[in-house]
Write a protein that binds this ligand. Structure first.
Ligand SMILES: C[S@@+](CC[C@H](N)C(=O)[O-])C[C@H]1O[C@@H](n2cnc3c(N)ncnc32)[C@H](O)[C@@H]1O
Length: 412
């Protein structure tokens, strides 16, 4: 009983699939930590609830940091061709923003840097963030000294150009080393990298296979939020099946399958665009809601059935919405706030601001805005629906029930 409680907590927080990690491995790791902490398993569970530090110590014993330079050559070839033939001609002056998560001990983000330098890009023409849940892996990544295991395959000519052989291993040169920004993070957390600007390309390879459904879904949701519209998501070769389950279009790019974030604009109708999700006005909340799937429809280019979102009151709000649809969320937020400053009773402006915050993953602010929109316009069913969904995600079913009754009254 106590073991399954610990396993459930661990898997809920990290996304791990207990069947894949293995119950025996989890038990062994917990026993190991109990010994170090000098407590029994019951007390250890209580520690896990309150101490993030101890939780991370346990995670360290269970992660699989296996990685190497230019792992899966085909992916790097596809990436190289994309940058050379599409990115460099399309966006020659903009700074390329990349995210490598999980980056493990650094081989993946450093391989990306070497690729970009080999393509002739200067370090100030790109920005690479690298994130992993494991502090130990990150600390190794920062040192950038590697053993033989990190160099696999036959094409290792990059080793001579970028590394120096030392007594402790192969030391990576400063130019590559300094081009990566490291941080610790958990792919599953709702506010994962919430303060970062959006990325052009995300590498998230060889981790989804360790996750259960819940973990995969939440990870992809976060990555979707972090990508610019039309941005690309590279996953591991055996992980592409996951992409089509969310709002990614699976495209074949120079021989490999990648996910592309669909344009968040409904092109079939005028004035109907919204970032992220559209709630159809014609949809009804069924009696057994919230047990049913949330009544949210993901936007897709070819979706003909999406109904118009509430019409915007004027051109200014529409242009802010367009700005958000282009992925300029921070700019859109500040434009929206300025608009509200001058039109403090506009429920539509609060609704839009809430939607943008939601697209950014800042749910507390989104909630405040939807509340305000409803306060200003008690018949604003769009804001009400957003709020119902937020509350449903938070598991606040009492509130959901009240809001749902209110929503149903509005439909009469
Ligand atoms: C097999 S490595 C993959 C490294 C690299 N992407 C590659 O393809 O070679 C898996 C990494 O996932 C990290 N990881 C596991 N769960 C995670 C989570 N919830 N959030 C962030 N990183 C996680 C582990 O620490 C480990 O370093």
């Amino acid at each position: 009983m106590i073991w399954s409680k610990i396993e459930n907590l661990l898997c809920d927080k990290t996304g791990f699939d207990g069947n894949i990690i293995g119950t025996r491995k989890i038990i062994k790791a917990v026993e190991n930590r109990c010994l170090i902490c000098g407590v029994n398993a019951d007390d250890y569970l209580q520690i896990l609830y309150t101490s993030r530090e101890e939780f991370n110590e346990l995670v360290e014993l269970l992660v699989v940091p296996e990685t190497w330079f230019f792992r899966d050559h085909q992916t790097y070839e596809a990436f190289t061709k994309y940058i050379r033939f599409q990115w460099m001609s399309k966006s020659p002056t903009s700074k390329l923003r990349l995210l490598s998560v999980p980056c493990s001990t650094g081989e993946e983000p450093y391989s990306l840097v070497m690729t970009l330098l080999d393509l002739g890009l200067l370090p100030n023409q790109f920005h690479i963030d690298a994130v992993d849940i494991s502090k130990r892996a990150l600390s190794k990544a920062r040192k950038a000294i590697y053993g033989r295991n990190s160099f696999r395959g036959s094409n290792l000519e990059f080793q001579n150009r970028y590394f120096t052989s030392t007594d402790t291993g192969y030391q990576l040169c400063e130019k590559v080393k300094n081009a990566v920004n490291w941080s610790q993070g958990n792919l599953l957390e709702a506010n994962f990298l919430v303060d970062r600007s959006l990325y052009d390309i995300i590498f998230c390879r060889n981790v989804l296979i360790y996750f259960d459904n819940y973990g995969r879904k939440n990870t992809l949701k976060n990555l979707h939020r972090l990508l610019k519209t039309q941005g690309l998501l590279f996953v591991g070769a055996s992980e592409t099946g996951e992409l089509s389950n969310l709002d990614f279009e699976v495209i074949r790019l120079n021989g490999v399958f990648v996910g592309q974030k669909k344009a968040a604009v409904v092109k079939t109708q005028k004035n109907t665009s919204v970032k992220g999700y559209v709630i159809s006005q014609s949809q009804t909340l069924s009696d057994n809601y919230p047990i049913n799937q949330p009544k949210v429809t993901a936007i897709s280019d070819n979706m003909q059935t999406v109904k118009p979102v509430q019409h915007l009151q004027n051109g200014h709000l529409e242009s802010i919405r367009n700005s958000a649809d282009q992925g300029n969320l921070t700019v859109a937020i500040s434009q929206c706030q300025n608009f509200i400053y001058q039109n403090s009773t506009s429920a539509e402006a609060y609704l839009l601001l809430g939607e943008i915050y939601q697209a950014q993953g800042v749910e507390s602010r989104a909630e405040e805005c939807f509340q305000k929109a409803i306060y200003l316009d008690p018949k604003n069913s769009q804001a009400l629906l957003h709020l119902i969904l937020l509350k449903e995600q938070q598991g606040d079913y009492e509130k959901v029930k009240i809001l749902r009754q209110r929503w149903q009254r509005l439909q009469k």
